[in-house]
Write a protein that binds this ligand. Structure first.
Ligand code: RFL
Ligand code: PHB
Length: 405
């Protein structure tokens, strides 16, 4: 067995793990990434598309915003289509000039992977039988790579291995509490090289269920449909997808919609999930390993980024200033932001989707809430403030202060 030593062992090369690696590199903190999938697989996963300003700032801080600045699309508003009528939420006007950036998670991942390769940082892709141990004393990560056994001895382990990872499962049941809500539907997503139906995203509430018109660029569109969990992706031809989407849109959008062959098609289940706490001795959970939100509020990737803002700052504080304060506060600070994003995502999901179990009374109440929101400046401000992203307690500038050497 080969034994390696490092300061931080990062499990998982999703956006959380890669971003942490990049920020630690910038601060001169030695680390290793261990990922079970191949680099090609990681770089081709299609997932989220919307970045909050604070996430963009963090990527800038990490020095990986070159392509983002060139190709990211700034959006100052979103449309909500309710029962056939479109309403624009002017995000910028309601949040004193803030906006969101349309830039795919796939691109964020590729940018981070490319930076890592250029910096020749150590990553083990296609690692097998990854296991963690002794995270209350002298943490270790065991795995095999290309048929050889490895052990990494480290100061800390960052569990960035997503919802299905091993880090959360390695924690004794009596040391954590989980909170979960599973929704009775999924999102069927399609990616196609056709121009988007509109300049801004359209969130659609209709009698036939929720739909979302999103995009990746001016020539690549991403559309979603609410579907029953019993549906299989093979049962949906491209033609059926476009037909159903048209039925959920307003006449103008229906007319404008450009259809084409799908490049990717998949069904994602919707779930709200939180693990408390997010730190166990010298093991930290971050991103999807600790929490899941339904995609309706576009918060999954952004929450992973904010966890990493707190974690990188805490580790930098520990190594540069010798202070454990950031480490001690990590879980509490993350969870405050996590629960607010959980609430917002749950609320948007609840308001815009069709629930089979809903009574006529509940349906009316929901319509009244939407009606109220669209007519109230205060309610619209609350929606916009959450959508563009709540501020962090630490700003990326704090990290900048530590990373000048
Ligand atoms: P990730 O991206 O899941 O990355 C975790 C990484 O850990 C690896 N891994 C392991 N590595 C080593 N050993 C093990 N035992 C391991 N087990 C797993 C995995 O291979 C992977 O590379 O988590 P991270 O970094 O926390 O990032 C979070 C975001 O990816 C996530 O929040 C969003 O993508 C959620 N999400 C969406 N969010 C949105 O805001 N909008 C969306 O449209 C949207 N679509 C999605 C999504 C998540 C999905 N998942 C997780 C199934 C669509 C899907 C299908
Ligand atoms: C996406 O483009 O994939 C996307 C956008 C907004 C969401 C969810 C997903 O709320």
């Amino acid at each position: 067995m080969e034994i390696l030593n490092t300061k931080v062992a990062i499990i998982g090369a999703g956006p959380a793990g890669l971003l942490l690696g990049q920020l630690l590199y910038k601060a001169g903190i030695e680390h290793v990434i261990i990922e079970q999938r191949s680099a090609e697989y990681v770089a081709s996963r299609i997932r989220a598309g919307i970045l909050e300003q604070v996430s963009v700032d963090l990527l800038k801080q990490a020095g990986v915003d070159h392509n983002l600045r060139k190709k990211g699309l700034l959006h100052s508003g979103v449309e909500i289509l309710i029962q056939g009528k479109k309403h624009r939420v002017n995000l910028s006007a309601l949040t004193q000039g803030k906006h969101v950036t349309v830039y795919g998670q796939t691109e964020v991942t590729k940018d981070l992977m490319q930076a890592r390769e250029q910096q020749q940082l150590l990553s083990f892709y296609e690692a097998e039988q990854v296991q963690i141990a002794d995270f209350d004393s002298q943490p270790k990560v065991n795995f095999s790579y290309q048929g050889k056994a490895y052990q990494i001895e480290c100061d800390f382990i960052a569990g960035c291995d997503g919802y299905h990872g091993i880090c959360r499962d390695s924690i004794p049941q009596n040391r954590l509490k989980t909170f979960e809500k599973v929704y009775p539907f999924g999102w069927l997503g399609i990616l196609a090289d056709v121009p988007p139906v509109a300049d801004e995203l359209i969130y659609v509430q209709s009698e036939r269920g929720f739909a979302l018109c999103s995009m990746r660029s001016e020539t690549r569109s991403r559309y979603y449909l609410q579907v029953p969990l019993t549906d299989h992706v093979e049962d949906w031809s491209d033609e059926q997808f476009w037909q159903e989407l048209k039925l959920r849109l307003d006449p103008e959008s229906r007319e404008k919609l450009v259809t084409g062959p799908s490049i990717e098609k998949s069904i994602a289940p919707l779930r709200s999930f939180v693990t408390e706490p997010m730190r166990f001795g010298k093991l930290f959970l971050a991103g999807d390993a600790a929490h899941i939100v339904p995609p309706t509020g576009a918060k999954g990737l952004n929450l992973a980024a904010s966890d990493i803002a707190y974690l990188s700052s805490a580790l930098i504080e520990y190594y540069v200033q010798g202070s454990e304060q950031g480490i001690d506060e990590y879980s509490e600070k993350c969870l405050q932001r996590v629960w607010k994003a959980e609430r917002f995502s749950w609320w948007m999901t609840h308001l815009l989707h069709r629930f089979e179990s809903e009574t006529e009374f509940e349906h009316k109440i929901k319509q009244a809430e939407l009606d109220y929101m669209l007519g109230s400046q205060a309610a619209m401000m609350a929606m916009a403030e959450n959508y563009v992203g709540l501020p962090y307690e630490i700003t990326p500038l704090d990290i900048a202060g530590h990373t000048e050497h």
